[in-house]
Write a protein that binds this ligand. Structure first.
Ligand code: UGA
Length: 432
């Protein structure tokens, strides 16, 4: 099996996962990032964010010397067969992806890339960026390819080694050979296509996931009005092979650093060429109202009215991250809910197994490291993130600590019968 010399630019979730996993596959990898504190921590084998198994792979890679982490760009690309661009492309002011970091990196390394090298975008970049990269590089002896990454936070390592598919957009045989070699050891279907189609695939997939969850959230609203139970509706729908059960769990809205950004970018990109991606726009609008729905229900449960004042009312929040298995608060619906509740005067205490108190500067809540402290004096407990450990809490103890033993479970995550048996009023979502 061939071994490639790979430079990964950017040590975030995608970059660091790619770098450590590729080193594990036997490639010689240099991971470069401009954040000196982050690089120092990584060189000592410490990952500065939470992602299962990544620490172990990092330490293994460093020990085997197949992985090196550095701030030295452009030196890090001088011997590379492949350069993987994994820098952030956040949402810009116009709602589109901000390519500033990609441009900066290209400017720094363009003259140092060896002839025959393949520059590969793994970051989610707007459709057509591969053309733009070619123009910015002005290096006809360097290939440009698109290889969007589909890994999820919380299961990034597993997703890297066992992806549903590998999508590669190339338009020259040399780039194709190099990328074939890079992923030789990973058993997954390959979709070989052109760079523009590969770029679009990433947006198409994330927007589809967003559409599904928004659809589930609309159905949940409908179930509440007509007296149906979303849990049964979804189970029944999911058995249909054409539909499947994934990404149909209702909740406080879809968040994180990818789905919202990518849905916005798809709408913007489509509009820029005269195509109305109205259904994605609608999915975004549905998503926007989910946090307000949670707040209205919390107000009703705490005060008897959806407009009731929460001034002086204690509300406990279980979960702050945008989903379980991560400490990521970016675009987290839980944080939006917390901000809205605080605006209505609620006194918030929050607990999230992945979020340490000192990291929670973005949340208007007292963040504690014990779930039982959240319940103390609370009129409502709101479950916002589906951490497995919440299912095993001592609900009797929680009920004793509360002023009114009421739980709003925005993800239908808790064992409702056990919670009720412990003396709490359990309220789920989408249950009429
Ligand atoms: C998403 C995609 O799932 C990955 O394939 C993609 O690689 C990644 O974006 C990216 O573009 O980098 P991620 O942001 O880690 O991954 O999060 P997801 O697991 O997709 O969850 C997104 C949001 O949807 C979360 O807030 C989650 O709680 C919510 N969700 C998901 C639901 O509310 N219901 C569901 O049934 C599923």
């Amino acid at each position: 099996m061939g071994s490639c010399r790979v430079t990964v630019v950017g040590a975030g979730y995608v970059g660091l996962t790619s770098a450590t996993c590729l080193a594990r596959l036997g490639h010689r990898v240099v991971c470069v990032d401009n954040d000196t504190a982050k690089v120092a921590s990584l060189c000592e084998g410490r990952v500065p964010f939470y992602e299962p198994d990544l620490d172990k792979l990092l330490r293994e890679g460093l020990a085997s010397e197949r992985l090196r982490v550095t701030t030295a760009l452009p030196d890090a690309v001088r011997d590379a067969d492949l350069v993987l661009l994994c820098v952030p492309t956040p949402m810009g002011d116009d709602g589109g992806a901000d390519l500033g970091a990609v441009r900066t990196v290209l400017a720094k390394m363009r003259t140092s890339l060896p002839s025959g090298c393949v520059v590969v975008t793994k970051s989610t970049v707007p459709v057509g960026t591969s053309h733009r990269i070619r123009e910015l590089l002005r290096r006809p002896d360097v290939s440009v390819a698109s290889n969007p990454e589909f890994l999820r936070e919380g299961t990034a390592v597993r997703d890297f080694f066992s992806p549903d598919r590998i999508v590669i957009g190339v338009d020259d045989p040399h780039a194709r050979d190099r990328l074939s070699e890079l992923y030789e050891a990973i058993p997954a279907p390959r979709v070989w296509t052109d760079p523009v189609s590969a770029e679009l695939t990433k947006y198409a997939a994330n927007a589809m996931l967003a559409l599904r969850v928004s659809y589930a959230n609309v159905l949940a609203e409908l179930c509440e009005k007509v007296g149906a139970d979303i849990r049964d509706v979804i189970e029944a729908m999911g058995y249909d092979e054409r539909i499947g059960p994934a990404f149909l769990r209702p909740g406080p809205g879809w968040g994180g650093s990818c789905l919202p950004k990518d849905a916005h970018e798809l709408v913007r990109a489509a509009a820029s060429v005269g195509v109305d991606a109205g259904m994605v726009r609608e999915a975004l609008a549905i998503n926007d109202r989910q946090a307000r729905r949670v707040v209205a229900r919390t107000r009703r449960l705490a005060t008897g009215s959806a407009d009731g004042s929460l001034r002086g009312v204690r509300v406990g929040l279980l979960g702050l991250a945008f989903k379980a298995g991560t400490d990521d608060l970016r675009d987290s619906p839980a944080v939006t809910v917390a901000r809205l509740l605080a605006q209505h005067g609620a006194e918030l205490t929050a607990y999230d197994p992945g979020v340490r108190a000192e990291r929670a500067d973005v949340v208007p809540a007292v963040v504690v490291d014990d779930p039982y402290r959240v319940a103390k004096g609370a009129s409502v407990l709101v479950v916002l993130t589906e951490w497995p450990e919440f299912q095993h809490l001592d609900w009797g103890r929680l009920a004793d600590l509360m002023v009114r033993p009421v739980v709003l479970d925005t993800r239908n995550h808790l064992p409702a019968d056990d919670v009720r048996a412990a003396g709490l009023a359990w309220h789920g979502v989408g249950i009429g």
